[in-house]
Design a protein around this ligand. Structure first.
Ligand SMILES: [Zn+2]
Length: 282
């Protein structure tokens, strides 16, 4: 945590969402949304276990390596490569050069791309294999529960095949979307799984191809995380997406403006956010 020389600490208290049927967890949940430029990477820690969702692009290799070192992580219990595009999977190869891992999820086992080839090479060196999950599959990270929300189809665009998950910790919840676009969002909407979440890691870096109004209405987040590079060539995030969030009074954190964002819940009710730079309006 040495690297997190934090300029701003904001304690944001959430109301209890359910009627208290769920017990207060003994663990603390910490989610690090890493500032990997134009890409996605998150590290989730709970009860001494670690989940890593995506690892960013090649440019973030040194950062990923140093961050894992600082957290003293030597073993990653679960890895989710949301999809095999370089801006999500390249840094996972870096993580595997430092850490061994347990279960590794990916929507595909083969893909023609440099980053995915590096990823597979590292998995092979570590004698690890890819598990292709199905909608409704569940695993635990400490006392947090992770469920897969979609059933990706081969006929879908690769972004849409992104593994979308919901993490529930006590009464708090978080949705990670990779680069899933409207087709995958529709699939999740039809799943029957409760999509409401306090925090939504926005799909595809805030592009117009994700975050359909119907999906946003179902999730109804209080906070949105946009993982995006400074002045990126794609124009992410889209003004249209930001406007939707504004109309819903969603608080937005952006890695291009706020750096690495660390969200913590120590009681399964309240959330706190720590950001590493403050050059954006917020
Ligand atoms: Zn991406």
């Amino acid at each position: 945590m040495k690297r997190l020389l934090c300029f701003l600490l904001c304690m944001l208290f959430l109301p209890v969402i359910s009627s208290g049927e769920e017990s207060i967890p003994a663990d603390t949940l910490v989610i690090h949304f890493l500032d990997v430029g134009q890409g996605d990477a998150a590290i989730i820690q709970c009860g001494g276990q670690t989940l890593m969702i995506d690892g960013g692009d090649r440019d973030s290799n040194q950062f990923i390596y140093a961050y894992l070192k600082d957290l003293e992580i030597e073993y990653i219990d679960y890895i989710i490569a949301t999809h095999p595009h370089d801006d999500h999977v390249k840094g996972l190869a870096t993580a595997l050069s430092l850490c061994n891992a347990g279960t590794v999820y990916s929507p595909v086992t083969e893909y023609d791309g440099d980053g995915f080839r590096d990823f597979i090479k590292k998995l092979t060196e570590r004698n690890l294999h890819i598990t292709t999950p199905h909608r409704g599959d569940v695993f635990n990270v400490g006392s947090a529960t992770v469920i897969f929300l979609t059933e990706p189809q081969e006929s879908w665009d690769m972004n849409d095949q992104s593994l979308m998950v919901k993490i529930t910790f006590g009464n708090t919840s978080f949705i990670f979307t990779g680069d899933a676009a409207w087709e995958a969002e529709q699939d999740a909407l039809g799943s029957g799984i409760d999509l409401h979440a306090d925090v939504l890691k926005l799909g595809h870096h805030g592009s117009t191809t994700s975050s359909s109004q119907a999906f946003l209405d179902a999730v109804h987040p209080r906070y949105a995380i946009i993982s995006v590079g400074v002045n990126n060539k794609y124009g992410h995030p889209a003004d249209e997406t930001l406007l939707k969030l504004s109309h819903m009074y969603v608080s937005v954190f952006r890695t291009d403006k706020h750096g690495t964002i660390v969200c913590t819940s120590s009681d399964g009710v309240n959330l706190s956010f720590v950001i590493t730079k403050k050059n954006g309006k917020w």
